[in-house]
Design a protein around this ligand. Structure first.
Ligand code: SAM
Length: 341
C-alpha cells in the first residue's frame, strides 16, 4: 500500500492534514521505521505533489489492518438496515468527550450510538450530541447521550493543554492544523493580538511554540475568559499574555501589534477597521471567513478594497481553504500583509 514517510515529530501534523483532505487510509495501522525516526502513514490514494515537495517520501509498504476503527462504532449499533446510512461516519473528540451530530432519522438510537462510541474508545468517558454552534459567543448547544454527565475536559494539542467546558466556550479540534500553520509564521519579538481568543488555543500555542514578545488576548464571553485565564496559567504563560474580557473593538485602540488573529469567521468583516487600527505601520492579519464558495473571490476583492480605503496597501500572502462548512459554504483563511500608505 502507498504510504507517506514522515519524520516522527511531524507525524501528528501530517496525519491531521491527510485526514482533513480525506487522504489517510484510516483502516490501516500506522507503523514506525526500524530506527523509530519515521512514521508510515497509509494513503487512500496518491496525495497532491505538494506533499513530496515538502520533503515527504512516498513509499510502498505492507500495511496491517487496525483492530479498532473510529467508524467501527456503526457495527455495534443495532438498528434497521435502511437507517444505517444515517449513522454519522465521524465525530469530534475534545479531551475525553466525543461530540457527534445525530441526524433526526436515527435520533431514537442516540443512546446506543453513544454507548458504541464509548465501547470502541476506551479513553473516552462521555458522548454528547452536538446541536450546533450559536450566538455571539459561538457556544455549542450540547446534550448528554452516554457515559458520565459532564461537559468539562482537558484537551491536548501539539503538547499544549486546554481545559474547556464544551457547553460554555467555543473549541474545535478540527482547527489544529490551521493553528499550527499560523504558529510557524510568527517571527521573533512580534506583538500579537488574538481578537477572538475563546479558551485560548491560538494564544497558548503561539505563546508556547513561537518566539513572540507579547500577546493581547480578548474575548467577550466571560466563560471563555475564565478558561482562557486557566489555560494561560496551565501552560505557564502569565508573563507573555495580557487578557481582556471586552469587545475587541474597545481594546484595538489601546494596543499596537505586528500580527492579528481574527477567528470570528461569520463576522470578521465588521472588525477589520479595528484590526487595522491596532496594527503598527505594517503587519499581518490572519483573517478567517465562512463564505458561499461561489462568492469567495468577490468577497475577497471587497475586503481588499475596504482595507485600501482605510489607507493601507495589502497583499494576500497565503490563502487556504480551512474546511468545508456546509454543502455550499467554506471556511477560508487569508494571511494579509498590510502596510500603511
Ligand atoms: N479563537 C478561538 C478558537 O479558535 O477556539 C475562539 C474562536 S470562536 C469562533 C470566536 C470567539 O469570539 C468566541 O469565543 C466569542 O465569544 C468571541 N467574540 C464574539 N464577539 C466578540 C467581540 N466583539 N469581541 C471579542 N470577542 C468576541
Amino acid at each position: 500500500m502507498l504510504c507517506l514517510k514522515v519524520p516522527k515529530q511531524e507525524g501528528e501534523k501530517v496525519r491531521n492534514k491527510l485526514l482533513e483532505e480525506d487522504l489517510l487510509f484510516r483502516k490501516g495501522k500506522i507503523e514506525s521505521s526500524e530506527d523509530g525516526r519515521f512514521l508510515f502513514l497509509p494513503l487512500k490514494k496518491p496525495p497532491p505533489r505538494r506533499f513530496e515537495e515538502s520533503g515527504y517520501e512516498l513509499v510502498e509498504k505492507n500495511v496491517e489492518k487496525r483492530e479498532t476503527l473510529e467508524s467501527d462504532y456503526t457495527l455495534l449499533v443495532d438498528l434497521p438496515e435502511h437507517l444505517k446510512k444515517y449513522l454519522p461516519s465521524s465525530y469530534d473528540i475534545i479531551g475525553d468527550i466525543a461530540l457527534i451530530k445525530i441526524p433526526d432519522e436515527v435520533e431514537k438510537y442516540e443512546r446506543e450510538i453513544g454507548e458504541a462510541i464509548l465501547n470502541i474508545h476506551k479513553n473516552l468517558v462521555t458522548v454528547l450530541k452536538d446541536q450546533g454552534v450559536q450566538g455571539e459567543f459561538r457556544v455549542r448547544d450540547v446534550r448528554h447521550v452516554a457515559g458520565d454527565k459532564k461537559t468539562v475536559t482537558v484537551h491536548r494539542e501539539y503538547g499544549a493543554e486546554f481545559e474547556v467546558d464544551v457547553s460554555e466556550v467555543y473549541f474545535s479540534p478540527r482547527l489544529a492544523t490551521e493553528r499550527w500553520r499560523v504558529v510557524k509564521k510568527v517571527r521573533k519579538k512580534e506583538v500579537l493580538f488574538d481578537m477572538f481568543a475563546g479558551a485560548g488555543p491560538y494564544t497558548v500555542l503561539i505563546g508556547r511554540d513561537a518566539p513572540v514578545e507579547h500577546i493581547y488576548s480578548v474575548d467577550l464571553n466571560p466563560d471563555a475568559v475564565e478558561y482562557l485565564k486557566k489555560n494561560v496559567e496551565r501552560n505557564n504563560l502569565e508573563d507573555t499574555v495580557t487578557i481582556y474580557e471586552a469587545d475587541a473593538r474597545d481594546v484595538a485602540p489601546k494596543i499596537k501589534c505586528d500580527r492579528i488573529i481574527m477567528n470570528l469567521p461569520h463576522s470578521s468583516e465588521k472588525f477589520i477597521h479595528s484590526a487595522l487600527e491596532a496594527l503598527k505601520d505594517q503587519g499581518t492579519i490572519h483573517y478567517y471567513e465562512i463564505v458561499e464558495e461561489s462568492e469567495r473571490k468577490e468577497r475577497l476583492r471587497g475586503l481588499l478594497e475596504r482595507i485600501k480605503r482605510d489607507g493601507f496597501e495589502v497583499r494576500v500572502q497565503e490563502e487556504r481553504k480551512v474546511r468545508t462548512y456546509s454543502s455550499t459554504q467554506v471556511q477560508m483563511a487569508y494571511d494579509l500583509e498590510v502596510k500603511k500608505r
